[in-house]
Design a protein around this ligand. Structure first.
Ligand code: 2P0
Length: 330
């Protein structure tokens, strides 16, 4: 039995049967404020550092039922070809939780993420799947266990089990049972968010491969890990007092440090496009002119903006195409 299967068996009960004909669940997209970049155990998606995120008002709804002959996956109303990468990724995950080897699932999944928003749906997708499976089999898993199980699908999925601010603690156990995300209660009704969709060019390298290459080849990687600790401390402090400048500076510097670390890999990993850099310079200039506006970027060319609601008009004037999206704190 491989390590992922062993870990899944530690999390879910050893024997179970469907308790309902079908089960549906929703999970939100999370935006990383302190990034997850680098694994200590690749198959279990165990990170080398903690990370921290907030969820937005968009996500994935997934329904699980039993199928007869083969697994079927429908994504946004379209049945997926069994050779497609998403089908294979999903069914490989389902292998971890089949009650017996011949058990087959029918998975229907719908993303309400604004089309082409450039947001990854794998985190909300695996979180919604795990929540639906928990209902389908009446596992009654705790949020910690659900977070661990979602992590086996995709690392960042462990931060989409609950809405709000989420702190994924890296953990130290080899089986990963102490590597899960916990909700961090914090009030910040004035916090606002928007996405700049800057380029629809296909990524040249996926996150998992890019993380591996960064860990293996970037001379800056050890520095990245130590910066994360400082940034987490600062971020938690900013949440306590709703200190927006400290919040913004921390998340932007964390994102830029992650990108600098991957830029120094070999071959280099550069997700930015010229439009990314133009947007960053526009943000730096706006800030120099007095607008409190900060950016974060993930494994792609798009830029995500954080500001406070009283500055929405100025932000929209600066970036006419911004897709404003509500944050969900609860
Ligand atoms: C994050 N990213 O914290 C970071 C920041 C992208 C940049 O988590 O291999 O899809 O499934 O564990 O979670 C993207 O990586 O990778 C990611 P796997 P995942 O959100």
């Amino acid at each position: 039995m491989d390590s992922r299967r062993t870990a899944a068996r530690l999390i879910v009960p050893l024997s179970y049967q469907p308790s309902v004909a079908s089960a549906t669940a929703y999970a939100p997209v999370n935006i990383a404020l302190i990034k997850y970049w680098g694994k200590r155990t690749i198959p279990l998606h165990l990170p080398l550092t903690d990370s921290f995120s907030i969820t937005i008002d968009a996500g994935t709804t997934t329904t699980v039922t039993q199928s007869t002959l083969s697994d079927t996956v429908s994504l946004n109303g379209t049945p997926l070809d069994p050779s497609s990468p998403f089908y294979l990724r999903l069914t490989t995950f389902l292998d971890l939780v089949r009650p017996h080897p011949a058990f087959r699932f029918a998975i229907t999944t719908q993303n309400d993420i604004p089309t082409a928003a450039g947001l990854a749906s794998s985190a909300s997708g695996f979180a919604a799947l795990v929540l639906a499976l928990n209902r389908f089999f009446s596992w009654n898993l705790s949020t910690q266990q659900l977070s661990c199980l979602a992590r086996l699908g995709s690392g960042s999925a462990c931060r989409s089990i609950q809405a709000g601010f989420s702190h994924w603690k890296r953990g130290t156990r080899a089986d990963g049972l102490d590597s899960y995300a916990e909700k961090v209660p914090a009030e910040w009704p004035e916090l606002a968010f928007g996405i700049l969709l800057l380029s629809s060019k296909q990524k040249t390298i996926g996150s998992s491969d890019a993380m591996r290459r960064t860990v293996d080849t970037s001379p800056l990687f050890p520095l990245w890990a130590s910066c994360v600790e400082r940034d987490l401390e600062q971020l938690l402090k900013s949440l306590e007092g709703n200190d927006f400048d400290l919040f913004g500076r921390t998340i932007e510097q964390n994102a830029l440090t992650m990108h600098a670390t991957m830029h120094a890999s070999w071959p280099p990993i550069v997700y930015w496009q010229p439009e990314t850099l133009s947007a960053l310079h526009a943000i730096f200039k706006a800030r120099a002119d007095g607008l409190p506006l900060y950016a974060t970027m993930d494994a792609g060319p798009n830029v995500k903006l954080f500001f406070q609601k009283n500055h929405t008009e100025e932000v929209v004037k600066l970036f006419l195409d911004i897709q404003l999206t509500k944050l969900t704190l609860h």
